[in-house]
Design a protein around this ligand. Structure first.
Ligand code: AMP
Length: 398
């Protein structure tokens, strides 16, 4: 189990205030929350703290006001939305530090909930300014961090508060860290990583870290073209970073040295235009024509990936295997995602996925809710996959 402080370690909190960093950076349309997933994911944490007797003061950022009081980036409309989600009154105060905020917290009922204004209204937030941290810390007795999606940033509300208050992971953070630890920290082996997406250049650190840690590395999407080209395959007019051929070769050499098997496409789906339902054909590696683009992996590749999934006990996934937004070039991503989800359901595989487009791709495949865990964090998930220590997680360690 990953080693960090949990709410369950916090003891009785009667008469105390928990300052809780949540991710309430929710999508809005016409002044209303259009997707409340992030609000829902804070409920367990807030209720766990209230169950221990604490008042809960929520801290969050909204948008990028860059240290200015930008009215459109106020968290005020989120308080009633969260109240509806949690089924409890949630008050709001127009600042996240100072006497007024303190008085608003004091005025709460025992186990009451308040949302404080956007932490990024202060320039010091994103600089992890120690003075701002000391000021904000005066509002609470303990600090609970529940925003894994912001844990790759060393800000006052993700890191600085832990210098002043006992720091604990909230329930969402806890679920996230336990799942990530199960996938890459101390996983059941063999481990397979599936990495797809557009470009090698955006995932070099990630690929280098993974080859040292996993038993199989499946590479798909546009980035596979760079590896195939480096091996001498003619990829026609496919998306391909020819200038990264040496990097691709180096990653292959590192993989071999570490005992990691690279799984590249063995067949391809090619088309002459990047468009939905463009005429296409399945071809083998040497058959890509000069005016063709590789837009997906072929069925033989999917079968190979399924065989690897059968051999593996743990799977970690980031990035689609093809241009999944345009049919029929979603086929390999959909089939592989469903294959992983089926194995999770059977109990033969622990599958964790995350990062940007991955969630959209797995939702598109109707597989996401059958995975063991889906991280909704983008940058933080990728930095974690790159093997980097996340400051907002380090701050919670025992
Ligand atoms: P990323 O943000 O790096 O995970 O890349 C995701 C994007 O890669 C998606 O928009 C896909 O459409 C795109 N992609 C995946 N495979 C290909 C491909 N073979 N050719 C062009 N784009 C691709």
């Amino acid at each position: 189990m990953a080693d960090f402080n949990r709410i369950d370690d916090a003891g009785d909190l009667t008469g105390k205030t928990a300052l809780v960093r949540v991710d309430f950076n929710v999508p809005m349309a016409d002044g209303k929350v259009s997707d409340d997933t992030r609000l829902v994911s804070a409920v367990d944490t807030v209720n766990a703290l209230r169950g221990k007797g604490a008042k809960v003061a929520l801290l969050a950022h909204f948008g990028r006001p860059k240290g200015e009081r930008v009215p459109e980036m106020s968290l005020a409309p989120i308080a009633p939305a969260f109240a509806q989600v949690i089924g409890q009154p949630v008050s709001f105060y127009e600042d996240c530090k100072g006497e007024g905020a303190k008085a608003a917290i004091d005025a709460l009922d025992e186990t009451g909930i308040i949302l404080l204004e956007n932490t990024r209204y202060y320039k010091g937030e994103e600089k992890n300014d120690p003075e701002l941290a000391a000021e904000m810390a005066k509002l609470g007795d303990i600090f609970v961090s529940d925003a894994f999606s912001a844990a790759h940033r060393a800000h006052v509300s993700t890191v600085g508060l832990a210098d002043h208050l006992p720091a604990y992971a909230g329930k969402s953070m806890e679920r996230e860290l336990d799942a990530l630890n199960a996938a890459l920290g101390a996983p059941e082996r063999p481990v397979v990583a599936v990495v797809g997406g557009a470009k090698v250049s955006s995932k070099i650190d990630l690929l280098k870290n993974l080859v040292a840690k996993v038993d199989y590395l499946v590479i798909g999407g546009g980035m596979a073209n760079t590896f195939l080209a480096a091996r001498g395959t003619d990829v026609g007019k496919s998306l391909c970073e020819h200038d990264l051929a040496d990097t691709a070769k180096e990653i292959e050499v590192n993989a071999k040295a570490a005992g990691c098997e690279l799984v590249l496409p063995v067949d391809l789906v090619c088309a002459k235009e990047f468009a939905a339902n463009a005429p296409n054909r399945i071809c083998s590696l040497p058959e890509v024509e000069a005016d063709e683009m590789i837009l997906d992996a072929g069925p033989a590749t999917v079968t190979r990936i399924e065989t690897v999934m059968d051999a593996a006990k743990t799977l970690i996934w980031n990035g689609p295997l093809g241009a999944f937004e345009i049919e029929p070039f979603d086929a390999a991503t959909v089939a592989a995602a469903q294959a992983a989800a089926d194995r999770c359901e059977k109990g033969s595989l622990i599958a964790v996925a995350g990062g940007g487009d991955t969630v959209a791709a797995l939702n598109h495949a109707k597989a996401a809710d059958r995975f063991t865990f889906i991280s909704t964090a983008g940058g933080a998930f990728l930095e974690w996959m790159e093997g980097k220590a996340l400051p907002g997680v380090e701050a919670l360690k025992k």
